[in-house]
Design a protein around this ligand. Structure first.
Ligand SMILES: NC(=O)c1ccc[n+]([C@@H]2O[C@H](COP(=O)([O-])OP(=O)(O)OC[C@H]3O[C@@H](n4cnc5c(N)ncnc54)[C@H](O)[C@@H]3O)[C@@H](O)[C@H]2O)c1
Length: 282
């Protein structure tokens, strides 16, 4: 496939571009920042004209795409003023979805976020391990936009039943250089309770993108995408009892198994996380 990847210069996008290319796809990155050269087009996604044009054709770089991977966003609350996070993210997403549909593209995979599960869990989750079965609980403007985007996608595929849109609710994205900090997390069990001690290796994030591109059927669906384990060495039972007493525990927690269930992604996408911080630090 020839695939457009927005946010290609970012933390996750860089790895997604590398892995999709390694899988044999032709990839063109679209981003506001990046290194000029083949395979990259500089675009401000808040400008609809630029988005339509960049997805239609750019010089001799390409003359259209088979699929769209949309990762561009201000990637967390608190980086920019909330109103700018709202403006940039919701406009960019509407523009890329709308332009893709106008151009007849039928395969879209994009980054939603773990935050819609109710992060930072100041209100505890309804049960542990967390999964996609309870309604979204955005607690920030950033997360509200991710929720609105999932709602938007739900309606867009109702209007265009032949289109496939997959929202990947990524956990906190990590690359191997981040793992040196992980052994220190055990000292404070509350330090990373905000996402139930979860994370996702960017390489496994890229694997989820690839699987969704390959197998997601027409329609909309959303998936939690996390590593197989937590960031902690302390056992889950102890952490949950200490930090989330009274929360219903559904099924065995495992010693360090992720408390974000990826069972749905495993079942429907064939997602299978293989990278763990435990293999990277001595
Ligand atoms: N980093 C995380 O922990 C995390 C967790 C869950 C979901 N996500 C989501 O994953 C995606 C990628 O996150 P990341 O960590 O790689 O972020 P990043 O900030 O490293 O990369 C995002 C990229 O998007 C580009 N971008 C933003 N607005 C743009 C615009 N208007 N026009 C063109 N380019 C624009 C930026 O230039 C940047 O290169 C985002 O959608 C983010 O919300 C990230």
């Amino acid at each position: 496939m020839r695939i457009a990847v927005t946010g290609a210069s970012g933390k996750l996008g860089t790895v997604v571009v590398r892995e999709l290319t390694a899988a044999g796809h032709e990839v063109i990155g679209l981003d506001a920042t990046g290194t000029r050269g083949p395979g990259f087009v500089q675009v401000d996604l808040t400008d609809y004209g630029q988005v339509v044009d960049a997805l239609t054709a750019v010089g001799d770089q390409h003359d259209g795409f088979d699929a769209l991977v949309h990762l561009a966003a201000i990637p967390a609350p608190g980086i920019r003023p909330d109103v700018e996070t709202f403006r940039n993210n919701v406009l960019s997403t509407f523009h890329v979805f709308w332009a893709a549909l106008r151009l007849g593209m039928t395969k879209i995979v994009y980054a939603s976020s773990e935050t819609v599960q109710g992060l930072p869990f100041d209100v505890p989750p309804p049960y542990i391990p967390v999964d996609e079965d309870y309604p979204a609980r955005p607690e920030s403007v950033y997360s509200l936009v991710k929720h609105l985007e999932e709602t938007m996608a739900t309606e867009l595929v109702r209007w265009h039943p032949e289109v496939s849109i997959t929202a990947l609710r990524f956990s906190n994205v990590m690359v191997p250089a981040d793992y040196a900090d992980f052994p220190g997390f055990d000292a404070d069990p509350r330090g990373r309770k905000w996402n139930l001690w979860s994370y996702i290796d960017a390489r496994d994030g890229a694997q989820a993108v690839l699987r969704a591109l390959e197998v997601a059927p027409a329609g909309f669906d959303h998936f939690l995408i996390a590593a197989a384990d937590t960031v902690m060495s302390r056992p889950n039972e102890e952490l949950v009892a200490e930090v989330f007493p009274g929360v219903e525990v559904r099924g065995p927690l495992g010693v360090n198994d992720s408390l974000f269930s990826t069972a749905k992604a495993q079942r429907l996408l064939g997602y299978c996380p293989v990278h763990s911080w435990r293999d990277e630090v001595g």
